[in-house]
Design a protein around this ligand. Sequence first.
Ligand SMILES: [Mg+2]
Length: 225
Amino acid sequence: MAELLLATDVDDFLFEHAGLFCEWSNAECGTNLQVHEYHEDWPLLWGLDITKPEDMAEATRRRNLFITPEIFREFPPIEGMPEAMQQLKGRRKFGAAGVTKRRTTLESVTWAAINQHYPNIYEHLVCLTEVNDQGVRVGSRDKVEVCIEMGAFALADDQWEAPIGMALAGLEGVVFNRYPMNFPDHLFPAVSVNGSVKNRMPLGLYEVRDPDQLLRHFNADYLRA
Ligand SMILES: [Mg+2]
């Protein structure tokens, strides 16, 4: 196994997702979502109040219409990411693992897409969300715990919660911040340090905006050997 295992997210890290979700939702659910408004609380995006049983049932119905192998197998890779991951993989010590909130029922379609667009890079894939036969979520493993269990030194993810968890655990979290919603400024307010204004981030938490910045981030000598 690789000495330095990088865990990565799948949706909106390896493959386009948010924009396609918005397009699907606008066509099928009567919303008018723009990609920069996307977040992972889908009932909120749909204006559904899941404390009401009928809204909860509607949210489940919509989720199950969208979360299908037929739809997910069509998500294209993020531009430049296959090349960036290939370069990282070319380093002797480096390995990669996918850790995603996707349902376990999508594991085979996810592996197929990874092997098609990111061939010979990924060693593991963990889908965290369990659903029952009705497509109702019955459990989900914690992304940070899984990363720690598998021995990952870092997690790169478009959402900020798990990278913060990695940083708090003394590991490394890298937020792939393509959309402002992913990493709101108010989380880490700007402070003035020696005359320059910076967002004060916890130790171990980083932000990159595109695959080139991701590569540069992991360009440290200890990863090159
Ligand atoms: Mg994601």
